[in-house]
Design a protein around this ligand. Sequence first.
Ligand SMILES: C[S@@+](CC[C@H](N)C(=O)[O-])C[C@H]1O[C@@H](n2cnc3c(N)ncnc32)[C@H](O)[C@@H]1O
Length: 482
Amino acid sequence: MSSASPLPALLQLLTQSINTLSATYASAGHHLPSLDAPLVKDDPAEAFRLSNPDVVDATQRIVAAASQIIACVRDPTVGVIQGGHSYNLSACLRAASELNVPEILREAGEDGASAETIASYSGTDPALVARILRLLATHQIFREVKPGVFANNRLSSALDKGKSPQELFDKPSERFSEAQSGPAAHVEFLADEVFRCASVLSDTMREPESQRQLPLIRAWNLQPDSNLFAFLETSPARLGRFAMAMHGSVTSNTFKGGYPWAELAKPGERKIVVDVGAGIGAYVMGVAKEVLVTGSGGGEVEFVVQDREKTVEKARKYWEERIPEYVEKGLVKFEAQDFFTPQPSRTTPVAVFVLRHVLHNWSESKSTLLLQHLRAAASPDTQLLIIDRVVRPASAVESIDPDALKNIPGAAMDPAPEPLLPNWGLAAEANYHYDMAMHNLLGATERTVDGFVALLKRTGWRLERIYRGPQSSNLVARPIAD
Ligand SMILES: C[S@@+](CC[C@H](N)C(=O)[O-])C[C@H]1O[C@@H](n2cnc3c(N)ncnc32)[C@H](O)[C@@H]1O
């Protein structure tokens, strides 16, 4: 262990990255959006932030370096105790979203609204509302304009569900009907269903193996053979919120440099893409709208949206409302299909099976069964596109067998620059939160690159390449010849 302080090197990384960020914004004629002002989604600076690689890279370095500096200098006891308190952030975020505070404050404007006004919409305790919002403001979510008066800022306005507070309170079953309500749905799902499961993680781990329950089963007092999806289906409100939460995470997945959808169908060709466990089909709708309309391929792509029966009904409605021309032209079909059973036979072989945020929901044995069914339905040219996070160990070496990754483009990743944690630390924090959520909700896992290689090989697929994405990556596999 080196005894030299890492602080000067971390500070240099931080300074260089802040300079790069400022210069990149300035040279493109954009201003760095203000933390104090609400988010303006259609501001060109927002699209620039998400798409400019220098901004993306500098942001990652700043988050990793700044959080590592804090860890270096802060009293260690305070550091771990703060970690123990972090449940309050979840609890207060959920309260603020369920009390529709971002929407009340949108209507109040930059002068904000008092805790009394905010609480009057829901008949809740104004003093408690003020304390909740103060904790969030301390985490840079909302602004306390003067004591007890709050306004939206950049972070809190990301939770705006896009409706008036009155509509939200009058029709609670329709709180998540606007497309922009995805982030709020996601936060509420994490801070409600997922949070309660996390609270019993340690209790369930320490039970004798024969009595060991999944945190989901224990936290929600469910029948032992129940699962997340069956549980969500018992409540239309939970199911609707979950569907929108999944939709809210779509935008980052048709990323530039990801799977080359525009090249899939050559002129005169019609290719079939089956989205397995598609939810409402939001990902392939994104492909249809964002990529194929501008694509150079020229051929036609037919999507099959597969999921459980109730979700497929929602999917059909979602497509009819948002992209009716696809439904009318027969370019999208809806199939109720259990992915643990054989795929239906088709006259035209499937070009691409998509599994977006599905494999991470299942244990090794269930994932094996699912992939075997897809392999049995695959032609030699079928591609399997897995969209999931690829979790890095926190050590410098990503694989226990680095040689095995050498011929797989995108599989081997350089570690973060020293002295940063090799896995980018808190800049990659979400991966590890979702990994725990997968265990707590489903007894499942986010996978490392080694985990994907092994699972695919076992089920007759060969990992061909990885397009690394900002959050989830695109992993492409081909059938191993029989
Ligand atoms: C995490 S969601 C992902 C949805 C979608 N792929 C996306 O990225 O938005 C997992 C989906 O798997 C579906 N699912 C769960 N069990 C299933 C089963 N046995 N057969 C088919 N779909 C299933 C759920 O209904 C849910 O829509």
